[in-house]
Design a protein around this ligand. Structure first.
Ligand SMILES: [Zn+2]
Length: 116
């Protein structure tokens, strides 16, 4: 959940100005990717492996996506290029999401005041 701030004391003209800025800047980036970038170190299960003594394998990088209630899809990012693409896509998603939440908050405040 994106953190929101109270807009109750923001002047109406400032809300309208920010609303217009957001509306202009909101666009879906082509690299848009919903998910999390996860770094993990793992143990393999072989009895005498070094990982059993604390020297775990990795790091491994994954794209993790929620695909429904309690269901996740985990995708191993094998190459540096895949990791770069995943990071850029996730950043684009978060940026868009923050703008959408802010615009919704502004519209909620405008609605609450009963002005347009
Ligand atoms: Zn191992």
């Amino acid at each position: 959940m994106v953190k929101t701030v109270s807009l109750q004391k923001v002047p109406a003209n400032a809300l309208q100005k920010r609303k217009a800025e957001l509306a202009r800047s909101i666009q879906t980036p082509a690299e848009f990717l919903r998910g999390s970038f996860v770094k993990q170190y793992l143990t393999c299960g072989k009895k005498n492996c070094r990982c059993q003594r604390g020297f775990k394998h990795g790091p491994f990088f994954y794209l993790v996506q929620c695909v429904g209630t309690g269901k996740v899809r985990k995708f191993l990012l094998k190459t540096a290029e895949q990791r770069k693409q995943a990071r850029a896509g996730i950043a684009a998603h978060l940026k868009l999401q923050r703008r959408l939440v802010e615009l919704s908050e502004i519209n909620t405040e405008i609605l609450r005041r009963g002005v347009s």
